[in-house]
Design a binder for this molecule. Structure first.
Ligand SMILES: NC(=O)c1ccc[n+]([C@@H]2O[C@H](COP(=O)([O-])OP(=O)(O)OC[C@H]3O[C@@H](n4cnc5c(N)ncnc54)[C@H](OP(=O)(O)O)[C@@H]3O)[C@@H](O)[C@H]2O)c1
Length: 215
């Protein structure tokens, strides 16, 4: 069991926190408005949960989930996340995030931006292509027929192993897309982004993904 820190406690953060608590982990949640604003969620989650500042959540977490609007990724505390696994759920929506030229021209990917901001951390892309509500309704025990799979990507194999085990505990198979630079294969508007997919289906989706410029 781990302590999982959260930078962001909105749709995805709160749902991943529910899964974490249900599976025996402690969670430390943070957002932009401050711990008091998280009181209702902490009350719901119970004694395994507490609210904190982003700095405290980053410090307390053995694993830390970054789940905020991408435009704010530079606010994520750097030093307390050094050496840690950082799970990145973020996606790029220019209408929300403003235009980021390196994403518009696809010279990088969303999770590579976060990795560049957190050079000492082990960033693993996960949870970016499932609707928040489905996180607590689509999970099934390991070995279930047609179990839903989720994509991960990352540069550190050991970190990906840890996240794979976490996803399995949460009810999902995992498909490894490779290093972070391959994360574009599950970005917005790719075949695997959104629908319920098994591991075999998701592997086909990753192969069929097209760059924005080729769509
Ligand atoms: N919604 C989905 O189904 C879904 C699915 C997959 C991936 N995603 C991606 O996951 C990320 C989070 O999505 P979401 O739907 O959970 O967003 P959301 O509901 O809008 O929640 C965002 C959270 O981030 C916090 N936050 C914003 N700026 C922050 C900062 N500078 N420091 C600390 N916390 C900050 C917000 O706090 P305050 O409320 O206090 O401002 C809020 O708790 C996005 O990049 C999104 O594209 C979303």
């Amino acid at each position: 069991m781990s302590t999982i820190g959260f930078i962001g406690a909105g749709h995805i953060g709160s749902q991943v926190a529910r899964l974490a608590v249900a599976n025996g982990h402690d969670v430390v949640l943070s957002n932009s408005r401050g711990p008091a604003s998280l009181a209702p969620l902490i009350a719901e989650l119970g004694s395994r949960a507490r609210a904190a500042t982003p700095l405290e959540a980053a410090t307390a977490g053995e694993i830390v989930v970054v789940t905020i609007p991408l435009k704010n990724y530079r606010d994520v505390p750097v030093e307390p996340l050094a050496g840690k696994i950082v799970i990145d759920t973020n996606n790029y929506y220019p209408q929300r995030d403003g235009h980021i030229p390196a994403l518009d021209d696809e010279s990088t990917t969303t999770s590579e931006l976060l990795q560049a901001h957190l050079p000492q951390s082990k960033v693993v892309k996960a949870f970016n292509h499932i609707y928040a509500a489905e996180l607590t309704t689509h999970g099934q025990p390991a070995g279930s027929k047609n179990r839903r799979a989720l994509v991960i990507a990352g540069n550190d194999p050991a970190a990906k192993d840890v996240v794979t085990r976490l996803l399995d505990q949460f009810g999902f198979d995992t498909v490894d897309a490779g290093p972070l630079k391959e994360g574009w294969r599950i970005q917005r508007d790719t075949p695997g982004y959104g629908p319920r997919r098994t591991a075999d289906e998701l592997r086909k989706d990753l192969s069929a993904a097209k760059r924005y410029r080729d769509m």
